[in-house]
Design a protein around this ligand. Structure first.
Ligand SMILES: [Mg+2]
Length: 166
């Protein structure tokens, strides 16, 4: 199994809109570059965990190509409906993003992964494989009040993916 990045978009690549195209708000070039650097360093494949995935896998892949974003988007994570159907949670509002991601991890026997997200609703077991792109005011290249896939965040992602897997 490949190295996998579970990628959120808002608060990671998309912080303050950089104009729009047919897919929605354009991302920050600098954060796109940091993602490219991660892919170059790790060869990881991308699974979209953001709500942007609700427009579907093929639409995400089309956007990746159209915007010339780095890496290959191979899938999207299951929804809260899928998680409840599986019986992992009883109610939709109990479904943290960590559960959706964990279902993909379990279904695909993933050994090496990194979750990139500005929110914090991951599972305790995922803590060492999680890089949070919020509260990063001390990162020189953060945006707004400390959001975005900064260089420091990217370095941490590479460390996780290249250490866990070797
Ligand atoms: Mg987000």
């Amino acid at each position: 199994m490949d190295k996998i990045i579970f990628l959120d978009i808002d608060g990671v690549l998309n912080v303050i809109g950089q104009g729009r195209d047919e897919f929605g708000q354009c991302f920050h070039k600098h954060f796109e570059d940091n993602l490219r650097w991660i892919i170059e360093q790790t060869g990881a494949k991308i699974v979209i965990s953001s709500t942007w995935r609700m427009s579907g896998l093929s639409e995400m892949q089309r956007m990746w190509k159209y915007r010339n974003l780095a890496g290959e988007v191979i899938d999207i994570t299951p929804t809260e409906v899928d998680v409840v159907e599986r019986g992992t949670c009883e109610f939709y509002d109990q479904v943290d993003r960590g559960f959706e991601i964990q279902q993909w991890i379990d279904d695909n026997n993933v050994k090496c992964y990194c979750i990139i997200d500005d929110d914090n609703d991951m599972l305790p077991s995922q803590k060492n494989n999680f890089v949070r792109t919020a509260n990063n005011k001390d990162h020189p290249d953060c945006i707004d009040i400390g959001y975005g896939l900064t260089r420091k965040c990217a370095e941490r992602v590479v460390e996780i993916l290249n250490k866990t897997c070797t």
